[in-house]
Design a protein around this ligand. Structure first.
Ligand SMILES: Cc1ncc(COP(=O)(O)O)c(C=O)c1O
Length: 359
């Protein structure tokens, strides 16, 4: 739609087409090819992880992590304030999600997690880092270590964010990043699984390519596999996108600073000693209904979105166990995600803020 301001539209670097042309010239129009290796190497280099497996989206990356760690028919703790993509993979393996409410930084509350661990038989924790910011990883990591629990980081929204100088997604047994169409970087649809255990990463790659046993020339399968591998064409887009990662983060943070300049509202806080990307600028209103603001913005052809409706509020999870403190409900009642696309100008942000302020 012409002149519409979208929430977080794709922003190509300009090099994508050239790389895609190389893929076409090589005729590797398939989920194999040189660009998949290049994309995985770019992720490894940037995040300082030993292994990266490129797949069709972050949801399947998370599913692979659960599969290779054998997390099935188990209780798994996950923040309630997240996107369903953090939770659906649990259901694929018949796990029982236990929802944990959030701290003042909008991420999993370590105290509530400790209580949940005490009272249940939790095998894994899925820790989502949301809106480009990072959770307080250390206490959660420590709890997991002390209790022999796997930590999986859902860093789908936080590629480019740091916790005490280290990349989000690199603390747990596995981390996942998303490259879907609205993320900081996009391959239209794509995901990457990262982790330091080479054997497990190799197993994840094997499962992502239909679990074909490699010692046979014919097609031999001993276990359930998936068709999850990323296409070489999309990987070529990913390589070009990785080249502008830092530039994009700086722009997102600049957009956030403009909103701070123009609006006197409560923005999502940033945990000390972390660098979030501000993938989406999010805020809570004290005296405005966010849904009314959203409708008003819509009239001006400006897209905004509610913050997450917590998982324990989803009909799908009406009977699920949850450790709550009321924060995620309050965030949903007051919160809004504002347009944060990296082509926005300061004038556009000023205009968005004027619409918000106009009632
Ligand atoms: C927190 C979170 N987890 C998981 C996902 C799933 O990512 P994908 O769309 O690549 O499967 C997303 C984004 O879509 C997300 O925002």
């Amino acid at each position: 739609m012409k002149n519409r301001v979208f929430l977080s539209p794709p922003h190509m670097s300009g090099k994508e087409i050239g790389y895609i042309e190389e893929v076409f010239a090589s005729n590797y129009i398939a989920p194999v090819g040189a660009y998949i290796d290049r994309f995985e190497n770019a992720i490894k280099k940037y995040t300082h992880t030993k292994n990266a497996v490129a797949v069709c989206n972050a949801t399947s990356a998370l599913h692979l992590a659960l599969r290779v760690l054998g997390i099935k028919d188990s209780q798994v703790a996950v923040s309630t304030f997240t996107f369903i993509g953090s939770v659906n993979p649990l259901l694929y393996e018949r796990n029982e999600p236990i929802f944990i409410d959030v701290d003042e930084y909008w991420h999993m509350d370590a105290g509530l997690l400790a209580q949940a661990i005490e009272e249940n038989d939790i095998k894994a924790v899925i820790l989502p880092h949301i809106y480009g910011q990072v959770a307080d990883i250390e206490p959660i990591h420590k709890l997991c270590e002390q209790n022999g629990i796997y930590l999986l980081e859902d860093a789908a929204e936080s590629l480019g964010a740091f916790y005490k100088g280290r990349h989000s997604g690199t603390f747990g047994k596995f981390g996942v990043y998303s490259f879907n169409g609205n993320k900081l970087l996009t391959t239209s649809s794509g995901g990457v699984l990262v982790g330091d255990d080479a054997t497990l990463a190799e197993k994840a790659k094997f499962l992502s390519t239909q679990a074909k046993e490699s010692e046979f020339v014919e097609y031999v399968h001993k276990e359930i596999g998936y068709n999850y591998r990323l296409s070489n064409i999309l990987a070529a887009i990913g390589v070009a996108q990785m080249e502008v990662l830092e530039e994009r983060v700086l722009k997102k943070r600049e957009i956030f600073s403009w909103y701070q300049e123009f609006l006197d509202e409560e923005f999502m806080p940033e945990l000390p000693d972390t660098r979030g990307t501000r993938w989406l600028t999010t805020l809570t209103f004290e005296n405005k209904d966010p849904f009314a603001v959203m409708r008003k913005l819509e009239k001006h052809n400006i897209e905004s979105r509610p913050v997450w409706r917590a998982m324990h509020r989803q009909p799908l999870f009406k009977d699920a166990k949850a450790y709550l403190n009321g924060r995620s409900d309050e965030l949903f009642a007051k919160g809004l995600c504002l347009p944060s696309g990296t082509t926005l100008t300061k004038d556009q942000v000023r205009n968005i803020c004027e619409v918000i302020e106009s009632f």
